[in-house]
Design a protein around this ligand. Sequence first.
Ligand SMILES: Nc1ncnc2c1ncn2[C@@H]1O[C@H](COP(=O)(O)OP(=O)(O)OP(=O)(O)O)[C@@H](O)[C@H]1O
Length: 279
Amino acid sequence: MVPALTAVDVSWSVADKQILSGVSFNLMPGKMLGLIGPNGAGKSSLLRCLYRYIHPDAGNICLYGTDIFSRPLKMFAREVAVVLQEIPPQADVSVWQLVSTGLTPYKRLFERDSAEDNSAIAAALVQVGLGDKADAALQHLSGGEKQRALIARAIVQKPKLLLLDEPTNHLDIRYQIQILELVKSLGVTVIASIHDLNLASAMCDELLLLNQGEVVAVGAVENVLTEQRLSEVFGVCCEIIRHPQTAKPLIHYFYGYSPIMAGSNGVAQRQMGNAYAHK
Ligand SMILES: Nc1ncnc2c1ncn2[C@@H]1O[C@H](COP(=O)(O)OP(=O)(O)OP(=O)(O)O)[C@@H](O)[C@H]1O
């Protein structure tokens, strides 16, 4: 089976600063990949390369075996949906109008939405819990509601690949879980940057851990999330157990620990004084 997405040795620098270095990974169709890593690791930059906002200096990115930069723009706009943290410039439109723009790549100039289109928009709004906000002005929605409206727009686009930059950023815990479960249930290939490592562990099939623009680890969640890596990359002390429901890695963080006091195994050790005695 051809991977939905293949990145080979993707590198990008700006103003002599290397932002991404030799990033490579494969993602099979229907899988959900979580991009994790500390602030400034390069997660957004990598996503920008994947949706063609940035042209990497080196390397290749292929969607179903074809270089993304060789695909006609309109085809690419149908195939790849992007949900960013920023509110789009059309902030004075209604929620319905925003979601309907997800159909734009399928339309000819001035072509109106069909009854089928309207049903798809209404269904997407219900899916994200905004069924009663269709006529509301986008600018009057809360941050989380705006985020869900953007996801509804991506749903009507019916993409092959859905890219999300911190989709859970403005959401309360209920919607963090609900939106990621919804995204997962769409059956499309998903790549999402996620800061909450436990959420990423629970929801993603695979993880890619970036640090300083380089891939530290990529693959099955349980292979990527190790106590030692989290200590080395994030500078935190933790223990990883199995989630009682999913059996996936569940991280318990400890407080008052310092990565400076790394032990012989490299895992951050308890700092003298203020840590509560756990281990
Ligand atoms: N256009 C740009 N010009 C200069 N520096 C940039 C540009 N884009 C990104 N960077 C730098 O690249 C590095 C990676 O940024 P990026 O936003 O990709 O990281 P991130 O992992 O998404 O961070 P965060 O978790 O904080 O959102 C940062 O140091 C950032 O300042």
